[in-house]
Write a protein that binds this ligand. Structure first.
Ligand code: FMN
Length: 393
């Protein structure tokens, strides 16, 4: 909840994408932000300011003379000035230091306040050289740019200029407020559950959803890391995964082993949040086994301990963070695993508390010095930030 209690000044300028700012406003409120809104005269032709008034918000229209000194009070109010959508017109005016609308006036008085631009326009306008130069100039003056997406535009053209999805904008806004404590670090994360196939349709697996690993990956990006995420049987379209995360798709223990062996040497921090099967089937049938032919005494073989193998390859500066699922003697078992596998940290999920597949998690963190920290039940998205902070501590 990085945006909780933050004062956001949402400035809406006259793009066809204006209606999407209503969804953005709703999401900001859902995250606990305070929001005041300015709707430019052109934007007011696309959406009625009354929409926001009916949600009980203060809405300012673009006539600076109607609310004298609003530009000063609004720029003081804002922790962040969010211009979304930002038109070709307003971006170029800001770069030239023009202040002839309430929005440009507020920015002129905003000193070092955080300012975020979300351009939205036709691809031919977005590729305009003057606009490009001005965007560069503004980013050099500490404006944060959220790049538009590629796609079909309202006018029928295809290209770069689309207003980004609300979830991507929210991600970037949270990121703006975070210190880049992992800048330049390569972080490798595993998420999900391996599947060991008996035949083409039947497999041995577990209920891990990958939510913890995905939360860690998103959080690490917000802290400035270069993140690779090994996903195991996760439907990546069902959970938000930031577009800056490199995804490596794996299914089985053997795939995971190959991926880890090739990726591990390049990473600084490994977070093994995936639930890896301890066993595989001794034999795998290439064809589906018929009902009557299924031998119920299938033979299992034990899989190698990947974390232990990686610890043996580990360089001094690398950090290995393991996860374990326990139902009993949680701390005792966790400590034993930390030592046996020579880990730097282990987080023990207390799976007796119904956390697998849920949005929330709880458990204990143990570091190699033997310090134990309890984390009460909380959202995995919140816990992810706290666990990364422990590594950086
Ligand atoms: C139908 C229509 C759609 C428009 N869509 C956009 C747009 O998506 N992006 C943009 O930069 N300008 C767009 N414009 C142009 C702006 O509305 C125009 O430049 C206006 O002066 C912007 O004023 P403002 O920046 O103060 O809001 C559109 C204009 C019209 C008539």
């Amino acid at each position: 909840m990085t945006l909780k209690g933050k004062n956001i000044l949402l400035c809406i300028t006259g793009s066809i994408a204006c209606y999407k700012s209503v969804d953005l406003y709703r999401e900001l409120k859902r995250e606990g932000a305070n929001v005041k809104i300015i709707v430019s005269s052109s934007a007011a032709k696309f959406i009625a300011p009354y929409i926001f008034e009916s949600f009980g918000e203060d809405v300012f229209t673009d006539d600076a003379f109607k609310s004298p000194l609003a530009h000063v009070s609004l720029s003081k109010y804002a922790d962040l000035i969010l211009i979304a959508p930002a038109t070709f017109n307003t971006i170029n005016k800001l770069a030239a230091g023009i202040a002839d609308t309430l929005i440009t006036l507020v920015v002129s008085a905003s000193q070092d306040k955080l300012k975020v631009l979300v351009p939205a326009m036709n691809p031919n306008m977005f590729s305009n050289k003057i606009l490009k130069e001005n965007l560069k100039r503004l980013t050099e003056h500490n404006f944060y740019l959220i790049s538009p997406g590629m796609g079909n535009m309202a006018c029928g053209d295809f290209g770069e200029g689309r207003f980004p999805d609300t979830s991507d904008i929210m991600f970037e806004l949270e990121s703006v407020f975070k210190e880049k404590t992992l800048k330049g670090r390569r972080v490798l994360i595993t998420a999900g559950a391996t599947r060991e196939y008996l035949d083409p349709v039947r497999f041995l697996s577990n209920a891990s959803s990958g939510k913890m690993g995905i939360s860690l990956a998103n959080e690490a990006v917000k802290l400035g890391a270069n993140v690779s995420l090994i996903t195991l049987n996760i439907d990546v379209s069902c959970q938000y995964i930031n577009k800056n995360i490199r995804i490596i798709r794996c299914k089985s223990f053997a795939d995971l082993k190959d991926a880890l062996l090739s990726e591990f040497k390049r990473c600084g921090i490994l977070l093994m949040a995936a639930a890896v099967s301890d066993y595989s089937f001794k034999e795998k049938s290439l064809n589906k086994i018929k009902k009557g032919d299924l031998n119920l005494n299938v033979e299992l073989v034990q899989n190698e301990d990947l974390l232990k193998a990686l610890s043996e390859m580990k360089k001094e500066e690398q950090i290995i963070f393991g996860f374990a699922a326990e139902t009993d003697s949680v701390i005792e078992n966790g400590r034993k695993k930390l030592m046996e596998k020579s880990l730097d940290y282990i987080f023990i999920n207390d799976v007796s508390k119904n956390v697998i597949g849920e949005d929330e998690n709880e458990g204990f963190l143990i570091n190699k010095e033997g310090e134990i920290k309890r984390f009460a039940r909380q959202l995995k998205t919140e816990l992810a930030g706290k666990l990364l902070a422990e590594i950086l501590r």
